[in-house]
Ligand binder design. Structure first.
Ligand code: FEO
Ligand code: CA
Ligand code: CA
Ligand code: CA
Length: 610
């Protein structure tokens, strides 16, 4: 479900489609599931892929692997229950409202309160990461959103108590999970905790003390919201990313008008219909006491899952956008690099490079994510790319202060000349050393007043999206990269036609598999799904399909990769007439469907994806 249909990038930067058109027409490549097409492009392997001369100084490219993907690819389907490849099985873990006390019990939906929600698994399961071994560990689990109708059976909140329930359903959970005789379950642990919209937080990094983050009301820094995708660090922490935060704000005054900065982030008087602003002044755009509350959201938030008393930290050095995820890699000399998508039509891809090697920063008691350089991507038509620095050193940002750049990152990136993309969602690093970014769709591409299409991009409206990959220069810390299309979703076909649309979640394993999860319209109006692609041949196989109205998102594994966790978000869009999952389907009168985690294993005990 796309909660944000606004369009807020009106800058004149060249669109990715323009660049892609030129690039692809020059190469006249057919991208698809056919190995032959891939071979004509790559000359047999990813390792031999044509790259622009002189663009990569010291590439991280590794030898392409040809992983085993031997399971039976299943058909698309549109039922109230999931399906999985016959070689696999699944079970359900941590549904919305399950108590954190390890009892396995859930709070009933009748009379469900904010206090109970703060004590149980939230809704809108999205990005996640597992920190543990084959038997037990901590699962950090994002709760992106749940609509009021789903959570409390009415379309809008009618009291502050209702708003507090909605706010408590958002955020994330840290839960200890164990593989028991009855499968994976939430275990009792003093590390189990909920983090939500009213949890105390801290700001760190270059903009932490900025006036742009202060309110006249003097209210403390609290909360995280619309926690979409995620990241994790080499030092054992979790990153939860705030995406469509704008939709939770609204204006009680009819005279409120968006400033240029507010418009660029999509704020509107009505918001997405959550109506928090009617009962909680913090979310009222027209309340003079809280004018900078909007600047306190849109960040990457670092959480230490092992310290339940620690305050989550909003890392300002990573910029403020509609953060999809945060893919962390260790680059040259141990510096960390964080790749981030800003999910909006015509918005950008970013990266942050730490100033110090992460081990040195940690040893000095500093966060490696607090000092470094933020860049935004420019994709050139010859297949090269540039990382444009977003700092006071960039002449395009003359007169800007660093805190202003980090708070109004989108506007700074407009001035820097970044390439407009088709909604950058997740980014992953695959075994071939490439970063892969899902560009989920852009239904405004080629419409009136928008950038058009050409021979290489024959679809006037990019309904199904595509996936781009790049090889980053100087072991990920450089300012140049080379890029290419991995797949145009509309052209990737199985025996029954097109295989998928709206790629969103993506994760590359160590063997050269690329797992793709979808969120949006699938061919034939079928359910969202989990696919496994071979990075070398670009062939896709379908492993799992979700239920009617859901998104399949979030992906993590145990260390031996024989257990995989994915999430089933907003089953039936909350409507029990469509599905009652995880309960069996009983139609009208059946239970309200619950967002949950799906545990996937191979029946023969093999690695998931084989
Ligand atoms: Fe929350 Fe862009 O997906
Ligand atoms: Ca979602
Ligand atoms: Ca997403
Ligand atoms: Ca999406």
């Amino acid at each position: 479900m796309e909660m944000d249909d606004t369009f807020s990038n009106n800058s004149n930067n060249r669109t990715f489609e323009d660049v892609l058109s030129a690039h692809m027409s020059r190469r006249s490549v057919i991208v698809g599931g056919l190995a032959t097409a891939a071979l004509s492009f790559f000359g047999g392997s990813v390792a031999n892929a044509a790259t622009p001369k002189g663009q990569i100084e010291a590439a991280t490219r590794r030898v392409a692997k040809n992983p085993k993907i031997a399971f039976t690819s299943i058909p698309l389907q549109s039922s109230a229950m999931p399906t999985i490849a016959p070689e696999y099985t699944y079970s359900v873990l941590a549904p919305w409202r399950e108590k954190l006390d390890g009892s396995g019990k859930s709070y009933p939906i009748a009379g469900f309160t904010a206090e109970q929600q703060e004590d149980s698994v939230g809704i809108g399961h999205d990005g996640m990461w597992y920190f543990g071994d084959e038997k037990s560990g901590l699962l950090c689990l994002n709760h992106e959103y749940g609509v009021t109708q789903h959570i409390m059976g009415k379309s809008v909140p009618q009291s502050l108590e209702d708003v507090r329930l909605s706010q408590a359903a958002h955020g994330m959970s840290v839960i200890k999970i164990e593989n028991t005789a009855k499968g994976w379950k939430i275990a009792k642990s003093d590390k189990n905790r909920r983090i939500h919209v009213n949890t105390p937080m801290v700001f760190t990094g270059p903009a932490a003390k900025s006036d742009l983050l202060k309110n006249a009301a003097g209210n403390p820094v609290q909360g995280t919201v619309n926690n979409c995708a995620n990241g994790h660090t080499p030092w054992g922490t979790y990153l939860t990313c705030e995406e469509n935060f704008n939709g939770y704000f609204g204006a009680t005054s009819s005279t409120w008008k968006a400033s240029a900065e507010q418009a660029r982030y999509g704020f509107s008087a009505a918001g997405f219909g959550y109506d928090w602003h009617k009962f909680d002044a913090r979310f009222d755009l027209s309340n003079p006491g809280y004018v900078n509350e909007i600047n306190r959201f849109g960040w990457v938030v670092e959480v230490d899952p092992n310290d339940p008393k620690s305050k989550p930290a909003k890392r300002t050095a990573l910029g403020r956008v509609k953060h999809e995820g945060a893919e962390v890699v260790e680059g040259k000399n141990g510096r960390v690099v964080v790749y981030m998508g800003d999910d909006e039509r015509f918005d950008y891809v970013y990266k942050f490079v730490s100033k110090q090697p992460w081990k040195k920063a940690i040893a000095a008691g500093k966060s490696p994510l607090d000092e470094g350089t933020l860049y935004v991507a420019k994709f050139n038509e010859d297949g090269s790319g540039n990382w444009l620095e977003l700092s006071t050193a960039n002449p395009a940002l003359a007169g800007w202060s660093l805190d202003k750049i980090l708070v109004n990152t989108r506007l700074a990136a407009d001035l820097a000349g970044a390439t407009k993309m088709d909604r950058p969602e997740w980014i992953t690093t695959a075994a071939d050393g490439y970063q892969y970014v899902t560009l989920t769709n852009n239904t405004q591409r080629g419409t009136t007043g928008k950038a058009g299409v050409d021979k290489a991009n024959p679809t006037a409206v990019n309904t199904y999206g595509h996936i781009v990959r790049w090889l980053d220069g100087d072991n990920n810390v450089g300012t140049t990269f080379s890029w290419e299309i991995f797949a145009l979703a509309k052209d990737v076909a199985d025996g029954s036609g097109q295989m998928f649309g709206s790629p969103d979640g993506i994760w590359g394993d160590d063997d050269g598999r690329v797992f793709v999860l979808t969120d949006g319209e699938q061919p034939g109006k079928n359910n969202d799904q989990l696919l496994v692609a071979n990075a070398a041949t670009r062939q896709f196989s379908r492993l799992f399909t979700g239920v009617k109205g859901c998104e399949v998102t979030g992906i993590t594994v145990t260390p031996n990769r024989k257990t995989m966790f994915v999430n089933l978000q907003h089953p039936g869009d909350g409507d029990p007439r469509l599905t009652n999952f995880p309960a069996p389907y009983s139609g009208i009168g059946g239970p309200v469907p619950r967002d949950c985690t799906i545990v996937i294993t191979r029946k023969n005990g093999g690695i998931v994806g084989t």
